[in-house]
Write a protein that binds this ligand. Structure first.
Ligand SMILES: NC(=O)c1ccc[n+]([C@@H]2O[C@H](COP(=O)([O-])OP(=O)(O)OC[C@H]3O[C@@H](n4cnc5c(N)ncnc54)[C@H](OP(=O)(O)O)[C@@H]3O)[C@@H](O)[C@H]2O)c1
Length: 200
């Protein structure tokens, strides 16, 4: 069980999205092959190259009974995944604001709105098997700085975006060390997996 895990696709120059929040070529590897892997809890099938298939399948299996934590921007950008957040379980949105009032009950049903990162992670751990997927670089970075992240997964895509949303913008470098767990060479992507070792 990976604990609290953040998984992102990142460009070689450290961006996880363009300035308009689109991910452009960062997600291309999800559809660049012939091996079909269904997403959990969401009507989407990845088609990845054989080199990535084992890695992705193992990850999805490890978060099969997880809960999910994201920031308000990811929640709004995806429109709450149409009421079916990744993993198919409960999801916790970190935000200063109340829930939207003009969304359907069905869309909002899996979501709980939390005023800070700590309470969101705590509630997410209790809502699933203890595994928590974290999305949104702002939330992942806060988890790192707060000593709440156990595993960091980066799908490194060999492109330069030049500008956009950076992954590691506000990291406190003294707070965490990384221990390599796995490196998998895919096609058009390199999968990196690290255990986070927190320093007090
Ligand atoms: N490449 C990938 O794999 C990948 C995956 C996911 C997302 N992305 C990209 O990530 C970007 C969105 O992530 P983001 O980091 O910009 O935004 P985010 O984490 O989704 O949301 C940031 C918002 O969350 C709320 N928030 C954050 N920290 C908080 C705290 N401590 N207490 C209370 N509220 C807090 C604030 O919203 P309010 O103040 O408005 O409440 C803040 O404006 C998009 O560009 C998306 O495309 C990329």
């Amino acid at each position: 069980m990976p604990g609290v895990v953040a998984s992102f696709c990142m460009s070689l120059d450290g961006f996880v999205a363009r300035p308009d929040d689109s991910v452009g070529p960062l997600f291309d590897w999800y559809t660049a092959g012939d091996v079909e892997i269904p997403m959990i809890g969401y009507p989407l099938t990845f088609r990845v190259a054989p080199a990535s298939a084992g890695y992705l399948r193992a990850y999805l299996d490890s978060v099969r009974h997880s809960a999910f934590v994201c920031g308000r921007r990811v929640f709004e950008y995806t429109h709450g995944w149409g009421g079916r957040p990744p993993g198919g379980g409960k999801a916790f949105v970190v935000t200063h604001r109340p829930p939207p009032t003009d969304w359907s009950e069905e869309n909002l049903a899996p979501f709980t709105f939390c005023p800070d990162v700590e309470s969101a992670i705590e509630r997410a751990k209790a809502a699933g098997d203890g595994t928590v997927g974290v999305s949104g670089p702002a939330i992942a970075q806060q988890c790192l700085n707060l000593g709440l992240l156990d595993e960091l997964r980066i799908d490194l895509v060999p492109v330069f975006l030049g500008e956009g949303v950076r992954y590691f913008d506000h990291i406190d470098p003294g707070k965490a060390g990384l221990e390599r767990l796995e490196v998998v060479e895919g096609e058009g992507v390199t999968h990196l997996r690290y255990r986070v070792r927190h320093r007090s």
